[in-house]
Design a protein around this ligand. Structure first.
Ligand SMILES: Cc1cc2nc3c(=O)[nH]c(=O)nc-3n(C[C@H](O)[C@H](O)[C@H](O)COP(=O)(O)OP(=O)(O)OC[C@H]3O[C@@H](n4cnc5c(N)ncnc54)[C@H](O)[C@@H]3O)c2cc1C
Length: 432
């Protein structure tokens, strides 16, 4: 075998797709029992569709993944409804997801006209300007305060930044990160018939049909370079030699897996900051709210960042009539939520459900699942473009492609496909 890939997430599968199409022999090592990585799903026995462990959707502007789906001929299985996103303001939820309709209406009702005009101008600049580089020299916190004004900053941007990155990182994240979100996101949100896992399973089957081997439940424990230029990939079952290796694991894991990387490159990997994520999935016997996505300010005392009612996006009929709620948060991995059990988190989270629907009663709950991951959201500091490790590592034949390198874009399966395919092209150009 010629090329090993560490990880069968969207990036690893996309790299394998192009490599095998070009006639390369590929083995994918995957630590988990299924393909899909962070976008993987699960399925209760009475559901027809899988559900992502962490809420997922595509934007209509996600060209790389939608382009891949076109190539595969599966576009007729992509659904793009327009669910409603709301923000919490003064005790009420307000639709707030379109620069041209509900955002101006909400703002005009709650803010002086001068603030609304500033919001429109600064928002339009971020939406339409292609120039993100000057923005990365400043924090999102400082930029939004200056250009949107103190009231908008306090009401909209600060709660959003604190919610996403916590007080610890709110003054770290650069403005290019926020530009990327506002520049490219759409109100229509997409998914695959059967859920993301259905897409990823079929994609994996296609990659296998092209000759790739996918070894599930086989975590890689090390990648070493030998005197003859070959790379040895170790697992609990032993070692195997390859002419090239692409790792799609987290930067911290990459630094541990590959001790032959020069100190400067390993230091770059270790310096990359990121946050983990926790998602409690609760199924109810009836709807909780009329909305899909609720952005929640931490100051208002909600115990999580977002409440996502998935079945206001995709019909409950795909889930045996269950109404599905995600309670999600991005947190540092030493946060207590990472230590609490599902039952303990449920005790913390459920009382807040009456703030979404005063009628809510615990007897509505049918089932619960808890998902946690330590590597969920890269945190890009000021001038981050100077800190990104090259995909081509200093070890010949060893490539690294992760969420932390898709900057200025925020992480997403779209960018995982893009970086996976870019890495495959790079490897074939290098003709290792
Ligand atoms: C809470 C949350 C919400 C998100 N929402 C969205 C969304 O709405 N839309 C969207 O498009 N994206 C979303 N994303 C991001 C998206 O899931 C990721 O960007 C994408 O899945 C990353 O793909 P990847 O292949 O780069 O990495 P991963 O999916 O992390 O894949 C890496 C793979 O490597 C495997 N691995 C790790 N270590 C080893 C080892 N030692 N040996 C072998 N295998 C190993 C892992 O098990 C994993 O399968 C979200 C992510 C989170 C956490």
């Amino acid at each position: 075998m010629d090329i090993a890939i560490v990880g069968a997430g969207a990036a690893g599968l996309s790299a394998a797709y192009d490599l095998t199409r070009a006639g390369q022999r590929v083995v994918i090592y995957e630590a988990a029992g299924e393909v899909g990585g962070l976008a993987a799903g699960f399925k209760a026995s009475h559901w027809d569709w899988t559900l992502e462990k962490f809420y997922h959707h595509w934007f209509a502007s996600d060209r790389s993944i939608l382009g891949l789906i076109d190539e595969l001929g599966w576009r007729d299985r992509v659904l793009f409804p327009r669910p409603v996103t709301v923000i919490y303001h003064q005790g009420h939820f307000h639709p707030f997801d379109s620069m041209f309709t509900n955002m101006p209406l909400f703002l005009l009702r709650h803010f002086p006209i001068w603030d609304v005009a500033r919001f429109g101008l600064a928002g339009a600049y971020l939406r339409f300007s292609p120039y993100w580089r000057p923005l990365e020299a400043e924090t999102a916190d400082a930029w939004t305060r200056r250009w949107f004004g103190a009231r908008m900053y306090e009401t909209i941007w600060r709660p959003m930044l604190v919610g996403k990155f916590g007080e610890e990182h709110v003054k770290t994240v650069n403005m290019a990160w926020l530009w990327a979100r506002l520049h490219s996101r759409t109100t229509r949100l997409g998914t695959f018939v059967g859920g993301f896992q259905a897409f990823l399973n079929e994609f994996a089957a296609k990659v296998q049909a092209q000759g790739a081997q996918i070894r599930l439940n086989e975590p890689v424990t090390g990648v070493r370079s030998g005197a003859d230029g070959a790379l040895t990939v170790s697992t609990a079952g032993g070692g195997a030699r390859y002419k090239a290796v692409i790792s799609t694991a987290s930067p911290a894991l990459m630094a541990r897996l590959a001790p032959d990387l020069p100190d400067a490159y390993s230091a770059q990997l270790r310096a990359l900051k990121s946050m983990g994520a926790v998602a409690l999935v609760v199924t109810l016997d009836r709807p909780l709210t009329p909305y899909y996505w609720h952005n929640l300010p931490k100051e208002a005392g909600f115990p999580f960042l977002s409440l996502v009612e998935h079945t206001n996006y995709m019909s409950p009929e795909h889930y045996g009539g269950d109404h599905i709620i995600y309670c999600g948060d991005y947190l540092d991995v030493d946060h207590e939520y990472f230590r609490l059990s599902k039952e303990e988190l449920l005790e913390r989270f459920l009382p807040s459900f009456t703030r979404f629907n005063p009628q809510f009663d615990r007897s509505w709950v049918r089932d619960t699942w808890l998902w946690k991951t330590p590597y969920a959201q890269p945190v890009p500091p000021v001038n981050h473009s100077r800190n990104i490790p090259d995909i081509r590592t200093p070890v010949k034949g060893l490539y690294f492609a992760s969420m932390s390198q898709v900057y200025p874009w925020d992480r997403g399966t779209n960018y995982a496909v893009e970086i996976g395919r870019r890495t495959a092209r790079m490897l074939m150009t290098d003709a290792v």
